[in-house]
Design a protein around this ligand. Structure first.
Ligand code: ZN
Length: 533
């Protein structure tokens, strides 16, 4: 977020004059680089600064979050001033562009600008990072709260005074023609202080198609004076530009010192007490990267787990559903994951290989009051290669991960009573179906041709994070029973059969409820009350 100053609007602004009116700050070099901004601008050292590193696993999914309603962002004619302000390129936006819904107030557009890298061939320059990964560049569209304030100047330092929409750029093979004009015009504002007028503007087309997946948090301007006045909306879907377009963006403009303007981004600031919410269920484990510190953290975690494993076996081992004479069937058996014991989970000792090319997973679930707006991990199978090799999460929507790929099944089931869920998947087509209480929804597709990897860990009630780690994010709270896994796609009548209270003998051949051994950890309760009266 670039807070522009008025004098910068003069074409070929006299830099000596500018120097007398503002303290020069910079990102990396000079007297006031970003490590020292707070010397002159105390708010830059505040507790709610931007940008931040968005950690998907720590984000709180808020299904109530409204999508943004953007008015006047489509194609329009006029005189839209594009300026090189010495820190970025900025386009002034007309007040007819308004965020009319999705935020607590109405916000009117002021300007948009970009942050990029380019210092060397590898350097990316987005401001926000996702799980530590920096995209190529980032677009900021700045708005002020026009319900409460008369102008941007009045709103800029007030809490909730500003709203910024942030988008990431990634590079691809094809030219993004919606950016052709903008990039061609960069040459006209090569030097700091130069401006040009754009006769046409279509901001909506410069955004990605999908605006429904975003993160939200309270933060600040990312440049001095760093006012903590911004409601940030950071979109998950990136905008794609071609390599050439990104290279032009990174190498065309000059800064106040007549050096190529690159790496104009601020590094991530501490999150402190803030919570990042999301409008969607972030797909975890997306990256295949492995950084040294991550590996080290995971090794430490494993070490801790091994140390505590002995005591676990002895303290919780009593709940293992087994006997010395071999498998013993206990029916009815309901697992109760209470709100108090968030660290609870159930480990499944499946004998059957999980190297599956198709499967059916069925279960009966009763989530607790008030839990209808959240999503709970009921089953998670994690391997060394994929945290989310097979994960089923139920809630206001049902999520299915296979080999770290994800699909969502929307539904409108409101019941807080016992519900029957079945998910089926077949590798040959990649087709996946969700059945709720015997009714099937629209088929989704993922991971065609894939085979689940063997050798992982299967857990009920919790998500798994990395090697052996059990995560409390999206923990299941409620009761579950009759969790069965088959190595084939059940027929419709078989799916209806397993719902029936009479045919409890129809169990899975991979996970067979009441037969397959389970270990209960962290206070999962076994209840005798069954879903069938
Ligand atoms: Zn910015």
């Amino acid at each position: 977020m670039e807070l522009f100053t008025v004098f910068i609007y003069f074409i070929f602004v006299d830099m000596a004059f500018a120097g007398t009116n503002a303290i020069h700050w910079s990102y990396k070099e000079g007297d006031l680089d970003q490590m020292h901004w707070s010397d002159e601008y105390p708010e830059c050292g505040g507790q709610n600064q931007s940008p931040i590193d968005i950690q998907r696993r720590s984000v709180r999914h808020d299904p109530q979050m409204l999508h943004l309603e953007l008015l006047g962002y489509e194609a329009q004619k006029g005189n839209f001033r594009m300026t090189n302000n010495g820190h970025s390129v900025q386009i002034a936006l007309p007040p007819t562009m308004v965020i009319a819904g999705g935020l607590p107030d109405r916000y009117t557009a002021v300007q948009m600008h970009l942050h990029w890298g380019g210092w060397d061939l590898e350097a990316s320059g987005a401001e926000h990072t996702i799980d530590g990964i920096r995209y190529m560049a980032e677009l900021h569209v700045v708005h002020y709260n026009s319900d409460k304030y008369a102008s941007f100047a009045e709103a800029k330092d007030k809490p909730g005074g500003l709203a910024v929409l942030a988008f990431f750029y990634e590079d691809g093979h094809f030219e993004n023609t919606y950016y052709s004009d903008f990039i061609a015009n960069l040459a006209k504002v090569k030097y700091a202080g130069q401006s040009t007028n754009l006769p046409n503007l279509n901001v909506r087309s410069m955004f990605p198609e999908n605006l429904n997946h975003f993160f939200r948090y309270q933060g600040s301007l990312t440049t001095p004076p760093c006012y903590e006045s911004i409601i940030w909306t950071v979109f998950d879907t990136p905008i794609t530009l071609s390599h050439n377009q990104i290279r032009k963006l990174e190498s065309t403009l000059m800064d106040n010192e007549n050096k190529t303007l690159w790496n104009d981004y601020r590094i991530a600031q501490p999150l402190n007490d803030r919570v990042v919410t999301s409008s969607f269920l972030p797909r975890l484990g997306r990256g295949t990267f492995c950084r040294q510190e991550e590996i080290e953290a995971k090794l430490l975690k494993i070490e801790g787990l091994i140390t505590s494993l002995g005591s676990h076996i002895h303290s919780d081992g009593g709940a293992v559903v087994t006997s010395r004479k071999g498998p013993r069937v206990i029916i009815p058996m309901v697992l109760h994951f209470t709100e108090r014991s968030v660290g609870s989970y159930v480990k499944v000792h499946h004998g059957h290989s999980m190297a599956l090319r198709s499967f059916s997973v069925c279960m009966h679930v009763r989530t607790h009051t008030g839990a209808v707006h959240t999503v709970h991990t009921v089953l998670s199978y994690s391997t060394a290669g994929h945290d989310n090799e097979l994960v089923v999460a139920v809630g206001y929507e049902v999520g299915l991960w296979i080999g770290n790929e994800f699909v969502n099944f929307p539904h409108n089931l409101q019941s807080r009573g016992w519900s029957s869920y079945c998910l089926t998947w077949a590798s040959h087509s990649g087709g996946a179906e969700l059945w709720i209480n015997g009714m099937v929804g629209e088929e989704q597709y993922l991971r065609s041709g894939y085979e689940l990897q063997a050798g992982g860990t299967l857990v009920l009630g919790k998500d798994q994070d990395g090697f052996l780690g059990v995560s409390d994010a999206d923990a299941f709270v409620g009761q579950m029973t009759d969790v069965n896994v088959w190595d084939y796609v059940l027929s419709a009548s078989e799916i209806r059969d397993q719902m029936s209270c009479e045919s409890s003998a129809f169990r899975g051949n991979v996970l067979s409820w009441g037969v397959t051994h389970l270990s209960l950890y962290g206070g999962v309760q076994l209840e005798a009350e069954h879903r069938c009266p």
